[in-house]
Design a binder for this molecule. Structure first.
Ligand code: CA
Length: 236
């Protein structure tokens, strides 16, 4: 049984049919401070997860029986596991599957052979994002609250009217607080693959978001970082 309480040692479930890779991951991730659990196929993984949901699943694409992408789909459909972060592993040459993997609900994608250092960096990045998500369904910054389920933003319990893009932008900022994002990063993260959108579109929506927050003096959370982009921070 996993120890869910030791957040300082996140539980990683490695789902990989190749024993050598599992052992290598167990060793290197263990050394990096993770509690590693191993499953050789999707069924074993589901067995383990029926007992305890890990903090992250490292999921091989090519598995005997149920494939990695099918397992990712299944995990996303079950309430118990629908938020567990997933990083897909794939062999070189399967990179065209990337979109399919991400559509199945994977949070990131790593191509074999990978460096341990890169993998650990990706794991940490995904874990950081998911901790933001699982803090509850209401994100808070002082008097500002964003209800991810009800899709509502309130300040001092007063509803704030935001357009859908401003809502997504604020949601992204609140789940990625204290980090600076360039306009192009924000376009990627908030708008998706809309390559035809100009970067100054970001500025327009930032202005609208600030205007909506201004009345309550919360616009100060959306900070311009000269020459770099924007940051959401409660430290003003
Ligand atoms: Ca495999």
């Amino acid at each position: 049984m996993y120890n869910m309480m030791s957040k300082e040692n996140p539980n990683i479930l490695v789902v990989e049919d190749e024993a050598a890779i599992r052992e290598m991951l167990n060793f290197s991730l263990g050394k990096a401070g993770f509690n590693v659990h191993e499953a050789a196929d999707a069924r074993q993984a589901q067995d383990l997860m029926s007992k305890t949901v890990p903090d992250l699943v490292l999921l091989d694409w090519m598995l005997p029986g149920i494939s990695g992408v099918d397992l990712a789909n299944k995990l996303r459909q079950v309430k118990r596991t629908h938020r567990v972060p997933i990083i897909m592993l794939t062999a070189r040459g399967e990179e065209e599957n990337k979109i399919k993997g991400l559509e199945a609900g994977a949070d990131d994608y790593v191509t074999k052979p990978f460096s341990t250092r890169e993998l650990i960096a990706r794991i940490n990045a995904v874990l950081r994002r998911s901790i933001g998500d699982t803090d509850g369904d209401v994100l808070e910054a002082g008097i500002l609250k964003l209800d991810t389920v009800g899709h509502r933003v309130t300040v001092n319990n007063q509803a704030l009217e935001l357009g859908p893009t401003e809502f997504r932008l604020l949601h992204f900022f609140m789940t990625h607080a204290e980090r600076v994002f360039s306009r192009s990063q924000l376009l990627d993260q908030v708008w998706g693959d809309h390559v035809y959108i100009e970067e100054r579109t970001v500025d327009v929506h930032i202005r609208r978001l600030r205007r909506a927050l201004e009345e309550h003096d919360c616009d100060k959370f959306i900070q311009t970082v000269r020459g770099a982009g924007y940051r959401f921070s409660e430290q003003v």
